[in-house]
Design a protein around this ligand. Structure first.
Ligand code: ATP
Ligand code: MG
Length: 335
């Protein structure tokens, strides 16, 4: 009787994995879309190089970190050494160039916490945000992309988690839930913790890539092609990983005391960071350390209300995995 039940469960899990892989494949941008984006970026780069010598553009975020689903926006970082101009002025200048180039809906958000220009390409309809001198985002984009090259299960898990978070409306930092970047870090951390691990800790290995951004030294092992076998001892399927991911965040994570850290490949106590109490608007109700800007908790946007929303969603997801007969559908039901 017991054996029969286990076999049925295993079959359910296999079926769940097949369905999740179908969703994953559906979310991957087509080769045509990728090409359109590359072309758009190189044209934009050409325009900016011509009109603004000394300015350089970098792609960052989901269009460059391997975690972008189809029809994602493009995030671009403008890098200018000019110490005379403020970020707001740089954003204004960029907006002028874009308007002169006939881009649509050009908006310079100069008063935002992070000033950006938003616009839409008139030819392709691609939406783009340009921020200024945020090279840490360019570097953490490379870190995420390098992790994604080690084991395909990271990209699969992160696509599923991001898709779930969007369907359930818990990927909205302006409403106190988590950014896509935070979810990807949660996935990397989770795969570093599997037994045997599926991902290594690149920042604990001998660095082969080093760059200084302001005062922050970013260094890690980036020759990831040489460790592409790393996770091969672990045979966990996507269905098992998605199930355990939600179990972890619903029932096992110690929200009161623990910080998760991709940088160290583990966790440590909130005491070590003094993230135990509320300072200003930062409450540290769920703690996710940024891999390079280590004083930065990506959970700081979460407040008293949204932590409840988030944890309820983790419970819901974990319970669906335990009891629902069609989890691949119920999990993503719109909120
Ligand atoms: P989406 O597909 O939802 O647009 P995304 O990968 O672009 O996903 P975002 O959360 O929009 O993710 O972040 C874009 C990039 O900005 C990240 O890849 C990261 O480099 C950087 N970033 C975002 N939030 C932070 C943050 N709080 N601290 C540091 N860098 C961040
Ligand atoms: Mg983005």
């Amino acid at each position: 009787m017991h054996a029969k039940k286990v076999i049925r469960r295993r079959a359910d899990l296999e079926n769940f994995t097949i369905q999740l892989l179908e969703i994953y494949k559906f979310l991957i941008p087509s080769a045509e879309e990728e090409m359109k984006r590359r072309k758009f970026f190189s044209q934009l780069d050409g325009v900016v190089n011509k009109k603004w010598p000394g300015a350089k553009l970098f792609l960052y975020g989901s269009c460059a970190n391997a975690f972008g689903v189809r029809n994602s926006d493009i995030d671009v970082c403008l890098n200018v050494e000019d110490k005379q101009m403020s970020k707001a002025e740089l954003v204004m200048r960029m907006a002028e160039i874009l308007e002169a180039d006939n881009m649509q809906n050009v908006q310079a958000l100069t008063h935002a916490r992070v000033p950006i220009v938003k616009f839409t390409d008139s030819v392709t309809g691609i939406s783009c945000d340009i921020c200024v001198n945020n090279m840490l985002a360019v570097v953490n984009t490379k870190l995420l992309r390098d992790y994604a090259k080690i084991d395909v299960r990271l990209r699969q898990l992160a696509f599923i988690v991001k898709h779930w978070a969007k369907c359930r409306q818990v990927n909205e930092t302006y409403r106190g839930t988590l950014s896509s970047y935070a979810y990807v870090l949660m996935c990397i951390h989770f795969l570093q913790q599997r037994d045997p691990p599926i991902l290594p800790c690149l920042q604990e290995m001998q660095p082969t890539y080093r760059v200084k951004v302001g005062k922050i030294e970013c260094a890690y092992y980036d020759q990831v092609e040489s460790i592409s076998h790393f996770g091969s001892q672990n045979k966990d399927s996507l269905g098992e990983l998605v199930t355990s991911f939600f179990e972890y965040w619903a029932f096992q994570h110690n929200y009161n005391h623990v910080v998760i850290s991709v940088r160290t490949g583990g966790t440590f106590s909130k005491d070590e960071k003094d993230w135990t109490r509320r300072i200003g608007n930062e409450r540290h109700l769920i703690c996710i350390e940024d891999p390079f800007e280590i004083s930065h908790d990506l959970g700081r946007v979460v407040d008293k209300h949204s932590i409840r929303v988030l944890r309820d969603e983790f419970y819901r997801a974990a319970n669906i995995m335990r009891h629902d007969c069609n989890p691949a559908v119920t999990l993503f039901e719109p909120y």
